[in-house]
Write a protein that binds this ligand. Structure first.
Ligand code: ARG
Length: 567
């Protein structure tokens, strides 16, 4: 049981179950200042129910709480608040022995056991560079997946490649007009991008080009041999390039059923929609009206008979339910597609699928550069591979300056550079836009991955220097040290709660922020307390440092970041 749950349970009993466990959970808050206690229960809600003065209630409740929950040391009623102080020594004993026993499994839960969650993440478009948006989807999705796995869920990561759609008609048209096999072979993605951009520039003056693009897409949908051959080639080249990025990021997938794969299932979906009488013709196109749902109609088939993004997503959603019988189906996709996912859910629900509400869109904000959106079409694009490489180079320079004698410099530089990019993307609430900045993400002393990795390595090195001590279970620290020790112990003890919250809110930034606090608490402890002083408390201090290394490392790994032993 987590510390917080113990308090919730205790309050629930002391209140004779007048408030539910869930309600108490939402009411409990963290006091603003450390000296005001570890957790606080405001009595406003209770006062409404009991029709009693909240101040009076706080006093009564405080009295009753004293001595009834082992983890509580003291209770103070301050105005309408019941401020609770944990029993420090007990929390420390429990936490340190739990970590000694569970090691990297510390913080795990099993409320997800037996449930499968499919997760649509990354899903870049072929024949285009891997964009910052896809980076966000990949790293945020991967971290959410890891955290859900830590809670017992079976997570199926699906890379739903964008390898179908009118844009491929345009690209094939462009290639047939201006393309050159050798040039494209020499540098596929950049050359294909050039063709694509050129096509759009020309199409602004020449209307017939868009028609030509449509024709080629129609040919592709009808299985035309030449169109298919080109498409397969573009696809293969793209996959090779994406794979180098996934290797650097250390991300793997369980399925790569793409848009094209599900395209083959679209006739069945269209048939079903027809049978249920959901399709209507509108200006030659087939749509599902969603007026009653307050949404614009969902486009299913264009007037030329070709399918759309939504059609393929409907097929994919149904296929996922059939194959995995998911408990939830997540889509980690930028917030500009929110409407699309609302429509998807609405159509599925009209089709009679009661699991439609198990589809969850997990939106995120945009990556900005100098306050502006990065766009592929206009050619204003940062190549992700260059970004990762530059981050690795800067990390290498930093290492040369700070620790030139380090072994495995190359490997550590890669872990630090890539980690910096990932953390920069995860640390803020995913719904916000992110301003892209190398300086910010690579600082060793800011809110960065290198800071966390460095703190981890520093803690490891202390353990490496420490004399052999016998393992104890009777942990203690001298009274004057608690001030620096307690915030650290408390943060280590909070790890399981943070994991649970991050999973339930699909919010890995909670974990990222928590790790920063933990590292700060550690660094404070490190400057205030003489760790390797051979006194009766050294074994406890070393156990505490060991616990910090376990949590920092596991926390970073859950975010998809490696923790080098030395740096
Ligand atoms: N390929 C799409 C894009 O880049 C994202 C796909 C998201 N997943 C989905 N099932 N629609 O915009």
């Amino acid at each position: 049981m987590t510390m917080k749950n113990e308090i919730i349970q205790g309050l629930h009993e002391v209140l004779d179950q007048r408030l539910s466990l869930e309600t108490i959970d939402t009411i409990l808050e963290k006091p603003k200042y450390e000296h005001m206690g570890d957790i606080a229960f405001p009595c406003f809600e209770l006062s409404k129910i009991e029709r009693k003065n909240p101040k009076l209630l706080a006093e009564e409740l405080g009295e009753k709480l004293k001595g009834s929950v082992p983890i509580i040391d003291t209770v103070e009623a301050v105005g309408p608040y019941v401020n609770i102080f944990y029993n420090k020594k007990l929390v420390m004993e429990r936490t340190l022995s739990a970590i000694q026993f569970e090691k990297e499994h510390y913080g795990a839960h099993n409320f997800g056991k037996g449930k499968t969650i499919t997760m649509d993440l990354s899903s870049p478009n072929i024949a285009k560079p891997f964009s910052m948006g896809h980076l966000r989807s990949t790293v945020i999705g991967n971290a959410i997946g890891n955290v859900l796995e830590k809670c017992g869920y079976d997570v199926v990561r699906i890379n739903y490649l964008g390898d179908w759609g009118t844009q491929f008609g345009k690209l094939i048209a462009a290639y047939t007009l201006w393309g050159n096999e050798e040039t494209v072979r020499s540098n596929p993605i950049q050359e294909l991008l050039k063709l694509y951009i050129y096509f759009h520039e020309q199409a602004e003056q020449d209307q017939t080009l868009d028609d030509l693009g449509r024709e080629w897409f129609k040919k592709l949908e009808n299985g035309d041999a030449y169109a298919t051959e080109l498409w397969e080639w573009f696809r293969e080249e793209s996959l090779k390039e994406f794979q180098t990025i996934y290797n650097l990021l250390g991300v793997t997938f369980d399925s790569d059923k793409s848009e094209a794969y599900h395209h083959d299932q679209t006739p069945k979906v269209v048939e079903q929609l027809k049978e249920k009488g959901l399709l209507q013709t509108s200006q030659g196109a087939q749509v599902v009206p969603l007026e009653a749902e307050g949404l614009p109609p969902a486009l299913i088939k264009k007037s030329d008979g070709t399918t759309l993004y939504t059609t393929r997503d409907l097929a994919a959603a149904i296929d996922r339910k059939n194959v995995y019988n998911f408990y939830q189906s997540l889509y980690v996709v930028g917030h500009e597609q929110s409407l699309h996912f609302e429509q998807l859910r609405a159509v599925l629900s009209k089709m009679g699928y009661d699991w439609a509400d198990q589809l969850v869109h997990i939106p995120f904000g945009m990556m900005l550069q100098d306050g502006k959106k990065m766009s592929t079409r206009k050619g204003k694009v940062v190549f992700l591979q260059d970004v990762l490489q530059k981050a690795i180079d800067v990390a290498k320079q930093n290492i040369e300056e700070k620790n030139a004698a380090l072994e495995k410099k190359e490997e550590v530089a890669k872990q630090v550079g890539v980690g910096a990019v990932i953390f920069h993307d995860i640390k803020n609430d995913r719904r916000n836009d992110v301003d892209f900045s190398y300086e910010e993400m690579l600082r060793f002393d800011g809110e960065t991955a290198p800071y966390l990795q460095y703190t981890h390595a520093r803690a490891k090195s202390i353990l490496g220097k420490a004399p052999e001590v016998s393992k104890k279970t009777n942990y203690n620290v001298p009274e004057q040290d608690w001030e620096a020790v307690w915030p650290l112990v408390k943060h280590v003890a909070m790890f399981p709660e943070v994991i649970k919250d991050a999973a339930q809110e699909y919010n890995p930034s909670k974990l990222a922020k928590y790790l920063l606090k933990l590292a700060q608490a550690f660094n404070r402890f490190y400057t205030k307390v003489h760790i390797l002083q051979e006194d009766a408390y050294m074994a406890t201090r070393l156990e505490l440092i060991y616990a910090v290394t376990v949590v920092l490392r596991e926390g970073l790994n859950l975010l998809g970041i490696e923790a080098p032993e030395e740096m």
